[in-house]
Design a protein around this ligand. Structure first.
Ligand code: SF4
Length: 343
């Protein structure tokens, strides 16, 4: 028997093409998209405004396959971490982060990660495979359902979970188009953030996509030497070339970049680091998110004290760098930045 395709892999235009091939009315594509992405249907049988015969045709070719939820952990602060099992047995983690104003999902784009940043749990077990567009979107559908238990519906998406989004560029971009599509999940591009560890060719490609999606760079080091130690990807795409690519990105898109920056005691929050960052950010419209290091047992680093964190933030502000402190969420269930992995 032929393996059925996952209908979540299709853009709206691809679904229209399929329907035209069947000589079906193209408005059926809108109905199917609405059922899946807006009304939360998990089966074709729930799509009551589609004729039975047509539903049968769909079922023969396509499937909608919810993940098996192996574990759902809820942190004291309400952050919810899912461990999902994929069809081939691979496992991924996804985090839902509710707050008083919004509910955000942190999405994974790969099973495992090949980039091995030396503070991040996600790279320790290596890379297994890329996620399909459907597997990226299915995380959103599960999270949307879960968000019904919170004050605010799911409104923001960050591609910052396990894996490097730009290393799975095609599937990631397709998922963004469906999330952003008015007939799909209808989430405004500015509510979507993609984070990269610094894959320069893909930063250039992303600039040409013409979307208003936010770009975030996982910087974490303040110069070439410090970044070489913390992020092996820096040996391929060195610090100064990354900064140049960021300058070009800002010039081409006229958009601001956010730099994610981990605060490790005595390593990344020193006066030397502040001065180096000032030089590096020259000519880049940007802001910084400061992320106090979240403990991972394999690494010998420590988070700075609260006073050290505030001192560094004030120092950056004093030299003209706008820096926001991102306090950890979901630490007690290992759902905070850099802690995701399947153990
Ligand atoms: S920080 Fe990102 S790129 Fe680096 S190991 Fe973790 S998931 Fe991979």
């Amino acid at each position: 028997m032929n393996k059925k395709e996952n209908i979540l892999n299709l853009l709206y235009s691809e679904l229209v093409d399929y329907l035209q091939g069947l000589r079906e009315k193209t408005y059926r594509a809108t109905q199917i998209f609405e059922w899946i992405y807006q009304k939360g249907a998990w089966t074709f049988d729930e799509m009551k405004n589609l004729p039975n015969e047509f539903r049968d045709k769909l079922k023969q070719k396509y499937q909608i396959k919810p993940f098996q939820i192996i574990k759902k952990q809820i942190s004291q602060d309400g952050t919810t971490k899912f461990l999902f099992q994929l069809e081939d047995g691979e496992k991924i983690e996804t985090v839902l982060i509710p707050s008083s104003k919004r509910t955000t999902i942190c999405l994974s784009t790969q099973a495992g990660c090949k980039f091995g940043c030396n503070f991040c749990a996600s790279g320790i077990g290596g890379w297994q495979r890329d996620l399909s567009t459907a597997e990226i979107l299915m995380q959103v559908l599960h999270a949307k359902e879960e968000a019904k238990n919170h004050k605010n519906p799911l409104s923001h998406l960050v591609y910052m979970g396990v894996g490097e989004p730009f290393d799975n560029f095609k599937n990631m971009m397709k998922s963004i188009r469906i999330i952003n599509d008015k007939k799909g999940l209808n989430v405004g591009a500015r509510r979507i953030t993609v984070s990269t560890c610094g894959i320069i060719p893909k930063i250039k490609e992303f600039a040409k996509e013409g979307l208003q999606v936010e770009l975030s760079i996982s910087l974490h080091g303040y110069d070439n030497e410090s970044r070489n130690i913390l992020m092996p990807v820096n040996r391929k795409y060195p610090f100064h070339e990354l900064m140049e690519a960021c300058r070009e990105y800002v010039k081409e898109t006229n958009r601001q970049i956010t730099f994610e920056y981990i605060l490790i005691k005595d390593v990344t929050c020193t006066e030397r680091a502040a001065q180096a960052l000032k030089r590096a950010f020259k000519g880049i419209i940007c802001k910084m998110n400061l992320i106090p290091y979240n403990s991972v047992s394999e690494f010998d680093y420590f988070a700075p004290s609260r006073q050290e964190i505030y001192n560094f933030q004030n120092r950056l502000e004093a030299i003209g760098i706008h820096a926001t402190l991102r306090m950890p969420r979901g630490q007690d269930v290992l759902a905070a930045c850099g802690q995701l992995r399947y153990k």
